[in-house]
Design a protein around this ligand. Structure first.
Ligand code: AMP
Length: 282
């Protein structure tokens, strides 16, 4: 596995013979890798000649300074994990280098930046788009792999590639969970054992919903009911929870048999903010 630290080196490598006529699968990450990230890497390997992973904790996408400062950094361990899944290239740029002479990619989010994560983390998606556009420009991947755990991010990135006319196919990958149901996340490291158990209740509560028990209620009512169940678990406090239509994230107005819905949510477990997006197949 080759490790690349500078933007110039990465661009030179991308333009070299090594990559000619080869397909590239790209997995952007902020490091502190877990099995959810490694699943994306395995998928990228399966679907491409070469897999490139980036590790960069992007300050622009943190609206909360202390969340950025507390974000775990484990580069040495990450490198070992990536070697174990036969990753081909890992790109670990510096902030000054990647943002040198680059101020971002401005686009019309069509309102996606104003709801859910966009509403509670102002500027977050602009920061995500800024870094992903830059990374795509440097790496020019044929396919890029993103997790459904951050479902709104997947929609934002798809919109960005459409608007910018990029030739990168966005591959949406299922959320990898702990046995308890808790969505794997680098932020879970900040949870005590007891809080991991508390946080796993989120998935249990949502995935136990039965169509026949909720079909006559409005999605708003059911959202309020699950919010109060979640909030009654020790140390959990819901920030938002909503039933949405998967393609648009528009609120679902009525539950219909045979229609998929996605439950978008953010919940604080003490000071750790957890997000999840859970598909329900009715
Ligand atoms: P992050 O390092 O948190 O920016 O995540 C990098 C990529 O990994 C994003 O596309 C995430 O959606 C994805 N990811 C994070 N956690 C999971 C998970 N539990 N299962 C699948 N993908 C994930």
């Amino acid at each position: 596995m080759q490790i690349i630290h500078s933007v110039k080196e990465m661009i030179n490598l991308r333009n070299s013979e090594i990559f000619s006529n080869k397909s590239i699968g790209f997995v952007p990450t902020m490091g502190s890798l877990h099995d959810g990230h490694l699943d994306l890497v395995k998928r990228a390997k399966q679907q491409s000649d070469f897999c490139v992973v980036s590790i960069f904790v992007n300050p622009k996408q943190f609206n909360n300074k202390s969340d950025f400062e507390k974000y775990p950094k484990k580069t040495e361990e990450d490198i070992e994990k990536l070697k174990n899944v036969n990753c081909d290239f890992v790109f670990i740029p510096e902030n000054n280098d990647i943002y040198n002479n680059y101020s971002g990619f401005k686009m019309d989010f069509g309102g996606l930046d104003k709801i859910y994560e966009g509403k509670y983390r102002p500027g977050h998606f602009q920061g995500v788009v800024d870094i992903v556009y830059r990374l795509f420009d440097i790496i020019k991947p044929h396919k890029a792999f993103f997790g459904q755990k951050d479902y709104q991010q997947v929609l934002v990135i798809k919109k960005m590639t459409d608007i910018a006319g990029l030739n990168t196919e966005i591959i949406e990958c299922p959320t990898v969970r702990e046995k308890s149901g808790l969505a794997m996340s680098s932020r879970n490291e900040r949870l005590s054992q007891e809080n991991k158990k508390n946080a796993s209740e989120i998935f249990q509560i949502v995935s136990n919903l039965k169509f026949n028990e909720i079909r006559h209620k409005t999605p708003d009512t059911v959202a309020k009911e699950i919010q109060s169940k979640i909030d009654s678990v020790d140390n959990l406090k819901t920030e938002y929870i909503a039933f949405c239509e998967p393609n648009t994230l528009n609120p679902v107005k009525i539950f219909n048999e045979g229609k998929n819905v996605i439950v978008c949510l953010a919940v604080f477990c003490e000071e750790v903010r957890l997000i999840d997006n859970i598909f329900l197949h009715f």
